[in-house]
Design a protein. Structure first.
Length: 133
């Protein structure tokens, strides 16, 4: 028997992306957790302004670059490629459905991961007395 596997369509709080894209920023804010709801409702004008400026840039095929690390990801942004500043350079982020309700700053880390290796010369007392052969 052949079984067909259908890719499960992404839903957020029981709504598919096309339904979510019709929602206003304030209507979407009612679906997210309390911290993100509070942030979205306080900054809804800033989020809408960012979306409007970004639409213009998308029409002109210009990259969307931003320093706003505190903006909440809303359904309108799904599918966009946004360059988020991490304090050093702009990090490219492709917005997906799983990012809804999170803030931009979560996707552009400001600190590099530490890579620990063995200790270098002079790092330990044992390396001080090296043979001179």
């Amino acid at each position: 028997m052949e079984t067909e596997f259908k890719k499960k369509e992404f839903t957020y709080k029981g709504k598919i992306i096309s339904e979510l894209k019709t929602l206003d920023v304030r209507e979407f804010a009612k679906l997210v957790s309390s911290r993100q709801r509070r942030t979205a409702l306080r900054n809804f004008q800033e989020i809408e302004e960012f979306i409007n400026r970004s639409r213009v840039k998308l029409e002109k095929n210009k990259p969307i670059r931003t320093h706003h690390r505190d903006l909440v990801v809303v359904p309108e942004m799904v599918g966009w490629k946004i360059f988020i500043y991490n304090g050093n350079k702009f990090v490219a982020v492709e917005v997906t459905g799983e990012m809804l309700g999170h803030v931009f700053g979560e996707f552009a880390p400001t600190r590099a991961r530490t890579k620990h290796s063995k200790a270098g010369v002079g790092a330990t007392k044992g390396s001080k007395h090296k043979s001179k052969k």
